[in-house]
Design a protein around this ligand. Structure first.
Ligand code: SF4
Length: 431
């Protein structure tokens, strides 16, 4: 079956999932090849370049990306029109020179046939400014989701280190090394003052486009700058909220911490907490997340998620999972059926307690154990059925789309690393 046949058969078989989401999931799991004409001129052109905001999210190492390593691809693309009549759909860019999907000029093609018109993100005015010390806003405080979210990876390394601790799908530590090797500016620990200065530039120039910031980075198992995890990430929130009170929705992506430390995040001004559980199935969690298992343990991780709901309110605890890793071989489920059943069990566990997980679509990065062994990622049918199941489970539990993601629905959604917002009913307006 060609890729076109696969995509079209799934659009036909799963009418509850919009065509926009089927195309978007395939782009996210497979990556996109870029004609030189569709690359950016880095910070000197009119297109917003890919910032490498945390992981590489590429399906080849930087050294093998050819021209795309010298002239960065765009951060995201917006699709519309084409033979499926797509409504505007925003997709995060993952580069794969061998992908059947290719951007040439203003068009996205699949196996040579035009599928959508492409809008590239314009260079934001704030990327044209630098900090007083010469650092760029793109490196210090990049924005994604078409400018909605400021992504503050303030710690570019994870203290879960090496094969026995790193999550098996994650290339954060490798990505740090490859950017350093390429001589790119890539700050291990971002000074609080730099972050504040970059945010001031964004606030001045973005015409209100940004609505939220995410504080994140690797797990801190000992200390960084003498601070344990809650105080390390919390000090940025504290400084941001002091300087720009309530301007953005503050989010933190971090470990599931004991309740008293979670309370510290709240006290520092964070509104949304993402203690990511990554994969539901017990035996897969132990294999795929050995660091989380070792330092916290699966059951304790989940217990802390529930505790956090009492601190933030259940709607404001939004744990992420990485959709697709449960099908990674040699350990994962052999069938889509089993993988969906397991994932839905996890959704029910949290949603029955009014906690709304969300997911990112797995990108099989080649320097990770799972990506190396599964370069094709998970089957597209898994991703499509997961979207259907996610919406169905959310509605069954009478929940709203999670806050802090903008408007839901195909044509509205800005969340770019999975289609979970694209498949939700458009009429529901989240607070
Ligand atoms: S906790 Fe896991 S996913 Fe998060 S940065 Fe560390 S290794 Fe990566």
């Amino acid at each position: 079956m060609t890729r076109t046949e696969l995509v079209e058969s799934l659009i036909e078989r799963y009418p509850a999932v919009p065509a926009e989401a089927v195309v978007k999931e395939d782009l996210l799991r497979t990556g996109i090849a870029f004609d030189d004409s569709a690359l950016s001129d880095n910070l000197d052109g009119s297109v917003k370049p890919k910032s490498y905001f945390i992981f590489s999210f590429d399906q080849r190492p930087l050294a093998e990306l050819g021209e795309a390593a010298k002239r960065r691809p765009p951060e995201e693309i917006a699709l519309s029109g084409g033979p499926y009549g797509l409504r505007r759909t925003i997709v995060s860019v993952r580069v794969n020179p061998a992908s059947p999907w290719r951007v040439v000029g203003g068009e996205l093609a699949l196996e040579g046939r035009a599928i959508a018109e492409i809008e590239l993100p314009p260079m934001p005015a704030y990327y044209r400014h630098t900090l007083a010390n010469g650092k760029t806003v793109m490196e210090t405080a990049p924005t994604i989701q078409w400018g909605y979210l400021i992504y503050l990876t303030v710690l570019r390394l994870c203290q879960y280190f090496g094969a026995k601790e790193e999550c098996q799908f994650c290339d954060i530590n490798h990505n740090w090394r490859q950017h350093k090797r390429a001589g790119r500016p890539y700050t291990g620990i971002k000074p609080v003052e730099d972050v504040l200065e970059a945010l001031a530039i964004i606030a001045e120039h973005d015409d209100g486009a940004s609505h939220a910031y995410t504080l994140t980075g690797g797990s801190v198992t000992s200390t960084v700058d003498g601070l344990a995890e809650a105080d390390f990430y919390g000090r940025y929130a504290q400084a941001i909220e002091e300087r720009f009170p309530g301007k953005w929705i503050g989010k933190v992506v971090a470990q599931a911490l004991p309740r008293r430390e979670v309370q510290r995040y709240k006290d520092y001004g964070i509104q949304i907490y993402h203690p990511n559980y990554e994969v539901w199935e017990p035996y897969l969690f132990r294999i795929i997340c050995p660091g989380k298992e070792r330092y916290v343990g699966r059951e304790e991780w989940h217990r802390r998620i529930l505790d956090a709901a009492e601190v933030f309110g259940p709607r404001y605890v939004i744990p992420n999972f990485v959709a697709g890793v449960e099908m990674a071989q040699p350990f994962g489920f052999a069938t889509v059926e089993e993988a969906i059943a397991s994932t839905v069990e996890g959704l029910d566990f949290f949603m029955s307690r009014a906690i709304t997980p969300r997911f990112t679509t797995w990108c099989p990065e080649p320097t990770t154990p799972l990506g190396r062994d599964n370069p094709e990622g998970a089957p597209l049918e898994y991703h499509v059925r997961l979207l259907e199941a996610y919406r169905e489970t959310l509605e069954r539990h009478g929940l709203q789309p999670p806050p802090g993601y903008g408007k839901p629905g195909a044509g509205n959604a800005v969340f770019s690393v999975s289609s979970f917002m694209d498949v939700l009913a458009p009429e529901v307006v989240p607070v």
